[in-house]
Every structure is written in C-alpha cells, then in structure tokens.
Design a protein around this ligand. Structure first.
Ligand code: PLP
Length: 388
C-alpha cells in the first residue's frame, strides 16, 4: 500500500510487457508461437567461457568483494580487445569502466552528465531504455528521426539551433536496434566535428558491434580521430558471446565521462562477481572463432528469412548488421494492428515498430533468434495469410 515515488511513476512503461502478455495468452490457448519479438540471443555461451567461469568460481579469492571499480585484468582485457579489433589504444586505468551490462551504463549516464532542463538527443526509433535515465535526470528529450531515406542515420542539419543551445548529450547506436542499419566512418567523423562544435557528449551504443554481414565489420566510434575528446562507447558481451544473462559490459573512451560513471557506480555497487569478470576476460582474449561462427549463423538466418519474404512479394530490406530485420508493413495496417494480425492468425510474434518511438510507426521488428527451419516456418505461416 505504499505509493511509488513520482519519479518511478514517470518512467516509461517496460516495452515488452504487453508483447509477452499477448504471446502468453496465445500460447495458453495451445498454439505454437514462433516468437521473433524479443531480442534475447537463443544460442548458448561458448563452452570455453563457461569453463572459465567454473574454474574461477572455485577460487575462494573470488568469493570476496572485488575492487570497487572492477578487476584490473578485465580492464586490461577490454583494452587488448579494442586494440586487436579496432586498432584503438585505451588506458585501462582511466579510459575503461566496467558495467553490469550495457543497459546499466546507458541508464546511468544521463544521471552522470545531465542537469534538470538540459537536453539530450535520442534516436527515434531507438532502444527504449535510452529514455529511462533521461527521465531520472529530469532532462528534456529531443528525438532525432532515423529515416529510411537517410539510411537510418540522423540528419544533424535538421536539429534546431535552440535545441542545440541546450543539448549536452547524444545517444547513437550502430549497428542499430531496431533498423539493422550500420554507420560509416564518414558519418562518425561528421558526428565528432558536430559534437565538438556544439559541446555535446556522444554516447555510442555498440551492443551489436560484432554482428556485421556480407563481410563488413561494423565500425567502432572510437576508430575516428578525436572521438575520445567528445564521447564514449558502450560495449557489452551479451550479444557477441551469447552472454546476455551474465550482465557484463564496459564503457570506453573520454576520461571525464568514465570518471563520472565510476563515481556514480561507487554509490551503487561493488563490481561484478569476480569469477564473471575472469570469464569475461577469457571471452575477450581467447580465440574469436565462436564470434565468426555466430555471425555466420545470423547471416544464414537473415538470408533464409529475407529471401522467403521476398518470394511472397513483400518488398523488404535486408539488414546489414545486428540480428534484427526492420520490415515496412503492408498498406492498411498500423504497426500494432499488423503485429497483432501476425500473432493472432499466424502465431508469429514480432515487435510493433511504434514501441521504439513515433518514427517506428509503419514498421515491425523481427529478431532472427530462432533456427533457419523455424524462420522458414514463420515465412510459410505468413504466406498463408495472403497479404501480398
Ligand atoms: N543496447 C541495445 C541497442 C540493445 O538492444 C541492448 C539489449 O537488447 C542493450 C543495449 C543492452 O544490452 P545488455 O544490457 O545486455 O548489455
């Protein structure tokens, strides 16, 4: 009977709650739902990482509090990872913060950097959790539309001068959830000079950094000269190594932002279970064969699904990266009515695009998070609806 604080009541509704409820209702009726709605990786964590955790969990030293700001061996591993993968040199002592998954960092950062009344630029459509930290910081949200005609990149020219005067921070995310778009080095170069000019801190969410198709490796924001002067990148092990349940990631880049983040976290947690930190270091340092395999699996699924839909006459764009397909819906539907139609009549669950922001209307997001066979079955069920 205790009332929730006003701040808590203002937080956006958890996006997937209603989708989960709908899927559960259809499943309870005895139907076999192919759930492509959520973004939960379906494959197990590679065995050598699990083994590393098992060994580390047996060491009693790992049963104690770890250093508040994370173990040096994990920060060293993250630095080695960035140098090996992106040619980016990082100082483990001042340019890396360990996170309880990317989400924690993304929600913490607005509270670290923004004062009430400041403005933050947020991509729309975008990952819904970008908004949570902004509400807690009592900051203002300015949405940057991601439109298909701009390859789902924001148009900085379109942002009004009055907004820029108050803008202190910006979220970006490439490979992009939900559109599956990639960014180029040229776009990040433009971003760095824009951010410098307007004194904006860029937070680039690189959650899908490992998943690029057609032989194209996604670009890290830090690969661009001057990026560290204007921002940071958030990396998570959730998708790269199928470790979503482990809750481990890190932030890299600008020293003052890393310092703010670590100071904030000092008041929230002692760092992660040390055995998880050891296993995370193993993931980052050992053979990356498992990552190459993962990309191959997602690319195969993408090809089966996209080619299947095209064969039905549905004009769809193939994602360049990430594990999402962003599909323009047929005429006569809204995003929500189309998602409901697929769920009710084909027992295929997808996420309505408007859940990712107003510019997501007209699309649905499909997670390529089941086998090629099940994706083929989803296409077959959609075919039977005779929509095209
Ligand atoms: N950023 C994006 C764009 C995501 O899609 C997700 C997870 O779905 C995350 C961040 C958070 O990942 P985690 O908190 O598991 O590191």
């Amino acid at each position: 009977q205790f009332e929730k604080s006003k701040q808590l009541q203002q937080l956006p509704k958890q996006f997937f709650a209603s989708l989960v409820a709908k899927v559960n209702a259809i499943t309870a009726q005895g139907h076999d739902v192919i759930n492509l709605g959520q973004g939960n990786p379906d494959q197990p964590t590679p065995g050598h990482i699990v083994k590393s955790l098992q060994a580390a969990a047996k060491k009693t030293i790992n049963h104690k509090y770890s250093p508040f700001r994370g173990h040096p061996y994990l920060k060293d591993a993250a630095a080695a990872f960035y140098e090996r993968e992106y040619g980016v040199k990082l100082d483990p002592n001042s340019e890396i913060a360990i996170l309880f998954g990317g989400k924690a960092g993304l929600v913490e950062l607005p509270q670290c950097l923004l004062n009430p009344g400041d403005t933050i630029l947020v991509p729309d459509p975008g990952y819904p959790d970008y908004l949570s930290g902004v509400v807690l910081a009592k900051a203002e949200i300015e949405r940057m539309p991601l439109k298909e005609e701009n390859a789902f990149l924001p148009d900085y020219e379109a942002i009004h001068k009055d907004v820029l005067d108050k803008a202190k921070m910006m979220f970006l995310n490439y490979p992009n959830n939900p559109t599956g778009a990639s960014a180029t080095k040229e776009f990040f170069t433009e971003t760095v000079s824009y951010a410098k000019k307007h004194s904006i801190c860029v937070v680039h969410d690189f959650a899908y950094g490992a998943i690029g198709f057609d032989g194209k490796k996604p670009v890290s924001f830090l690969e661009v000269e001057g990026a560290k002067d204007v921002g940071i990148e958030i990396y998570t092990l959730s998708k790269t190594y199928n470790m979503a349940g482990w809750r481990v990631g890190f932030a890299v880049g600008n020293k003052s932002v890393i310092e703010a983040l670590e100071l904030f976290q000092d008041h929230l947690y002692v760092s992660l279970f040390p055995a998880i930190q050891e296993a995370a270091a193993t993931a980052l340092l050992d053979s990356q064969e498992c990552v190459a395999e993962l990309v191959k699996v997602y690319e195969g699924r993408r090809n089966v699904f996209i080619e299947g839909l095209r064969a039905l006459g549905w004009e769809v764009k193939a994602p360049e990266a990430s594990f999402f397909a962003w599909l323009k819906i047929p005429a006569g539907f809204t995003s929500e009515s189309f998602a409901d139609h697929l769920l009710t009549h084909a027992h295929v669950a997808v996420a309505a695009g408007n859940g990712f922001g107003e510019f997501g209307e007209g699309y649905v997001r499909v997670g390529l998070l089941t086998s090629e066979e099940r994706l083929g079955e989803a296409v077959e069920r959609i075919r039977k609806l005779n929509l095209f």
